[in-house]
Design a protein around this ligand. Structure first.
Ligand code: SF4
Length: 66
């Protein structure tokens, strides 16, 4: 599974960081970035949760990659 954040859409609500800080972190400019593009299996459920809870729909998932 691969995950990306569209920095142009992200509004920095930090919901994703709260759900899965192992994968998401906040850039100093106030938007989220991914720490690991390839999501470790143990964090896949949390990343799916972050996707569904992101208020901006800024997180893209590729379930088939990796
Ligand atoms: S939850 Fe969405 S809008 Fe908020 S920081 Fe994460 S990617 Fe950005």
């Amino acid at each position: 599974m691969k995950v990306t954040v569209d920095a142009g859409i992200c509004a920095g609500f930090s919901v994703c960081l709260g759900v899965c800080p192992e994968v998401f972190e906040l850039h100093e400019d106030g938007y989220a970035v991914v720490r690991v593009v390839e999501v470790p299996p143990e964090h896949e459920d949390a990343v799916r949760q972050a996707v569904s809870q992101c208020p901006s729909n800024a997180i893209a998932l590729d379930e088939d990659a990796g």
